[in-house]
Design a protein around this ligand. Structure first.
Ligand code: NAD
Length: 531
């Protein structure tokens, strides 16, 4: 599709440059959103195998926008076992050339993919907004992140000189090198909530390392999945290097049980990630499983905190993208001395958030992704009401635009017992629990006492408290005193994004320097007779 809207020069949107003037971005989106609705939505979006569109095996399904269930995003095909087999075979064949090319050639092609994505940035952003119900700036920020991820992982490969290093010599005429080489075919399985950035990040790292890819987006996010693949193809990616299969768990299972898959990169829930790890990592031989999983992320507001900064950061991280971020803030621990003052400001700021159709510029929170999330919301609020106090929110919105999807009010719950499940389980909802503390050490220990360890935040003006937090919080991504987000807003090349404990498998995350090498295996080359 060629978008019938030309793009003026616009400022970059990230998750944290919140203070900038984005009026030109909004003006452009005013034109792009209706054009995307008209020209992109409601069409068949085929799978892609070996460089050709391919819907020959599988069941067709329609995907609707969470903004309005009457809005058809497109028609997709849940790939069956035959399609999976052909995609894996195509990827293996393409890998014979792709994996042996000089890495600089691979980077040149992938960087052209970033150029193509840059060109279609606003179209992709609008698609992500309509597909996931993201706010405008969250959607544009995500595509910007995806473009940066391609560039960052290519730059990392270059900085590491292709992961090819001369080693020490045992003898003068013997030269040894250590090289990282591709595994072969990687399955890339992505979640719904950051469909552009996470899919792009995982597949780029795999391809930078010389692997080829069979990619399955979330069944809720096939539209952006298809657009991402189109960008890489437009950048000149050879046929078969990146294959797209839509569908849900059954397609994912068929991919992972295929003997031609050499490794998997997964991002999604803890339950599915651990299940994949247990069943896939050890077959007839060990295979790498990179899994980034859920979170239950705490923030701490101490007596010395700037409460305006703390409220701003807490609200953005708890309720941005409707709480449906792995890094979303779930529980805020508040020092006794500022507890009441903080809660007063927190509830006022939460009640002031606009919930509605995220196509509108002023909307902060769009709909929940689906009815299953709405049921979880109802259950969480019922538990909050029964065992604690709902300070604000707790209800489903009805009437007008709200009747088209699952719109709820951002919710703050206090007074729950310390061991309550709402303090422990990942909710993936716009629900924040509050806990009062006297001793910061004990509060951090309580925040650590969950199965997850993804992000954590602190608000404090005492250096000793900041150092204490950095030394003892059990999470891969820590932030202190950020108004743009207590626990959210990581950016490629700036904040590495590594899940500890139940949030990640490998101890090395995305967005940072140790990601690409995880898609490669080591080989030692010793040659005699060399000076
Ligand atoms: P999900 O686990 O339900 O699905 C993720 C992907 O796995 C989808 O593509 C799905 O179709 C596929 N899948 C499901 N069952 C499968 C199976 N048996 N075999 C193979 N594939 C299977 O997650 P979701 O609801 O799409 O996303 C939300 C979850 O993702 C949350 O828990 C969130 O915290 C997590 N997440 C983590 C990160 C991170 O970087 N740590 C980032 C984003 C989201």
């Amino acid at each position: 599709m060629t978008m019938p809207v030309t793009r003026p020069a616009l400022p970059r949107v990230t998750y944290s440059n919140t203070g900038e003037d984005f009026s030109a971005v909004h003006a452009h989106l005013d034109a792009v959103l209706p054009a995307v609705r008209r020209h992109l939505l409601g069409r068949a979006q085929p799978n892609r195998i070996g460089g050709a569109d391919d819907d020959s095996d599988g069941e067709a399904y329609d995907a609707a926008s969470p903004i309005d269930r009457a809005l058809l995003l497109g028609r997709f095909t849940a790939a069956g076992a035959g399609a999976v087999d052909r995609a894996v075979t195509a990827a293996a064949e393409a890998g014979r050339d792709w994996g042996r090319r000089p890495w600089a050639e691979r980077l040149a092609i992938l960087r052209q993919g970033a150029v193509a994505m840059e060109r279609r940035k606003y179209e992709l952003s609008a698609a992500a907004l309509l597909e996931v119900g993201k706010s405008r700036l969250e959607a544009v920020g995500e595509v910007e992140e995806a473009i940066d991820l391609i560039r960052y992982y290519c730059d990392e490969m270059e900085r590491a000189d292709g992961f090819d290093r001369p080693m020490q010599r045992a003898f003068p005429h013997e030269a040894t090198r250590c090289v990282l080489r591709p595994y072969g075919v990687f399955a890339v399985i992505a979640p719904f909530n950051f469909p552009v950035a996470l899919s792009t990040g995982m597949m780029t790292a795999a391809m930078v390392g010389g692997n080829t890819v069979v990619y399955k987006p979330s069944p809720l996010a096939g539209l952006t999945g298809r657009l991402i693949v189109e960008c890489f193809v437009a950048g000149g990616l050879p046929d078969g290097v990146l294959n797209l299969l839509c569908g849900g768990a059954a397609t994912g299972e068929a991919m992972l049980t295929h003997p031609g898959i050499d490794g998997v990169a997964f991002t999604g829930s803890h339950a599915v990630g651990m299940d994949i790890f247990r069943r896939f990592a050890a077959g007839p031989q060990a295979r790498p499983v990179l899994a980034e999983m859920g979170g239950k992320n705490p923030a701490y507001v101490t007596a010395s905190a700037d409460l305006d900064v703390a409220v701003a950061g807490v609200v953005r991280s708890a309720f941005g993208l409707q709480g449906q971020k792995c890094s979303a803030l779930s529980t805020v621990f508040v020092a006794d001395a500022v507890h009441d003052a903080f809660l007063e400001r927190l509830t006022a700021a939460t009640e002031a958030l606009t919930v509605g159709n995220p196509e509108d510029a002023g909307v902060f929170m769009g709909p929940l992704i689906n009815e299953a999330a709405l049921r979880r919301f109802d259950e969480a609020c019922a538990a909050g009401r029964a065992d604690g106090t709902i300070l604000c929110g707790g209800d489903v919105l009805r009437g007008g635009v709200y009747d088209g999807g699952c719109y709820v009010r951002p919710t703050v719950i206090a007074g729950l017992p310390d061991d309550h499940r709402l303090h422990r389980d990942e909710l993936f909802l716009p629900v924040l629990t509050v806990r009062r503390f006297i001793d910061l050490d004990a509060a951090i220990a309580a925040g650590n006492a969950v199965r997850y360890g993804l992000t954590a935040g602190l608000y404090s003006r005492e250096l000793a408290e900041i150092e204490q937090f950095l030394a003892t919080a059990e999470a891969g991504v820590l932030y202190a005193n950020r108004p743009s987000g207590a626990t959210t807003g990581a950016w490629p090349g700036i904040q590495t994004f590594c899940g500890w404990k139940g949030s990640g498998l490998t101890g090395k995350g995305g967005l940072g320097p140790w990601y690409v090498p995880q898609f490669m295996r080591e080989q030692s080359h010793t040659l005699m007779g060399w000076e």
